[in-house]
Design a protein around this ligand. Structure first.
Ligand SMILES: NC(=O)c1ccc[n+]([C@@H]2O[C@H](COP(=O)([O-])OP(=O)(O)OC[C@H]3O[C@@H](n4cnc5c(N)ncnc54)[C@H](OP(=O)(O)O)[C@@H]3O)[C@@H](O)[C@H]2O)c1
Length: 355
């Protein structure tokens, strides 16, 4: 089978295609024929070796000094169950599944093994790329908004970095939970985040996020709801939020608390080491868990038309360098995926000619 590997840290061009043996599922695992897989901000870090400030030495101790020890990257996947490991009863061969495979990685491949705890069935009507688009970003936004910030109807939620995979999911989930959403994005993505449901959009090219805490009149705030949907120069942007969610890394504890009401929760999703160590009380950082129940919840929302994952497919595994380029740009819109295998492929892993 074909895999994409990274032998040493570097730009998107270091990603190579190679041949590998199809893995054998261990007890409790599934062998999955991968039909869609994301190239995420995390994959970009593992390929480039560039980690948030302060995390570099610790991260490289864990993942490798010159390049990633696990050379096949990729965590957020959709696929078809090709073979069951011993003792697996929850799934059957041919099931369409999706999940996030955590530190195990290995999904930038035509076939990969995943533990059953990292898989859920894809509901009918949801395409593989849509499933991947919902899960990466969606699981993170769901955990921090629902479980940590406990967003309630009427809450004012600020999403900084609203166009990316976490941000685009956060805008939609916060709206679903009944919040009033202010989205911070570039001018290029203003219309896009409005379509996701944001009530107000702040263009950071005109209005730096730190200026919102002064309550000063700003020139880049656009009210989407209400009669006037055009640019409203001089409009008062909301200065106090019940939830501040930063996916960019340019809101620290001090700024987050200055933007927040006294009871608000500040979520620093892209915090550096100092920000992570300093997260306590109303300030939250860290890594979101990847839970099958959350995968199922998000995919059900997609199937029911309540969550529209933002995803761009660049083609097959041979296009993965291009997907890495998009992820490395810092201006990715939603998720970017590659589609290594077709859902229709009838080949069985045991002895099939496509392997
Ligand atoms: N803690 C966790 O569990 C967890 C989980 C997943 C991801 N993460 C981290 O969260 C971060 C975001 O991940 P992602 O997948 O959403 O990234 P992404 O898809 O690459 O999106 C980044 C977004 O940031 C926006 N952006 C860039 N500069 C900005 C600025 N100054 N102000 C506002 N928006 C700006 C870009 O939009 P424009 O083009 O509009 O600028 C882009 O859409 C990454 O650092 C990732 O490692 C953490």
């Amino acid at each position: 089978m074909q895999v994409a590997i990274v032998r040493k840290y570097g730009g998107p061009e270091v990603v190579e295609l190679a041949k590998a043996e199809v893995p054998t599922p261990k007890p409790g695992e599934l062998l999955v024929r991968v039909t869609a897989v994301a190239v995420t901000a995390g994959d970009n870090r593992l390929r480039s070796g560039v980690f948030p400030k302060g995390f570099g030495p610790i991260a490289k101790l864990g993942v490798g000094f010159r390049g990633p020890r696990k050379s096949v990257l990729g965590i957020a996947y959709a696929g078809v169950v090709e073979r069951l490991g011993e003792g697996v009863t929850e799934f059957a061969e041919g099931d369409r599944v999706a999940g996030v495979n955590g530190k195990t990685l290995g999904m930038h491949a035509e076939y990969a093994t995943v533990p059953v705890s990292r898989a859920t069935k894809i509901p009918e009507g949801v395409a593989p790329a849509q499933a991947v688009g919902a899960l990466f970003g969606g699981t993170t936004a769901l955990f921090f908004l629902r479980d940590k910030a406990r967003v309630q109807p009427g809450h004012r939620v600020l999403v900084n970095g609203a166009a990316g995979s976490v941000g685009s999911a956060a805008v939609q989930l916060a709206k679903l939970f009944g919040a009033h959403v202010t989205a911070v994005t570039s001018g290029q993505n203003e219309e896009f985040v409005k379509r996701l449901g944001a009530d107000e959009v702040i263009n950071y090219e005109y209005t730096p996020v730190e200026s919102l805490c002064s309550g000063a009149a700003v020139s880049g705030a656009h009210t989407v709801s209400g009669a006037d949907t055009d640019s409203l120069p001089g409009e008062q942007a909301p200065s106090k939020f019940d939830v501040v969610l930063d996916t960019v890394g340019n809101i620290d504890r001090k700024l987050g608390l200055a933007l927040a009401t006294n009871a608000a929760v500040v979520v620093l999703i892209a915090a550096d080491l100092a920000g992570t160590l300093g997260a306590r009380g109303r300030v939250v950082a860290g890594v979101a868990p990847e839970r099958a129940a959350d995968f199922a919840y998000l995919l059900r929302l997609v199937a029911d038309g309540q969550f529209d994952p933002v995803v761009t497919s660049v083609g097959g595994l041979e296009q993965i360098e291009e997907a890495h380029r998009v992820a490395a740009s810092g201006h990715k819109v939603g998720n970017v995926v590659v589609e290594p295998c077709s859902e229709m492929a009838a080949t069985k892993a045991a002895g099939g000619s496509a392997l």
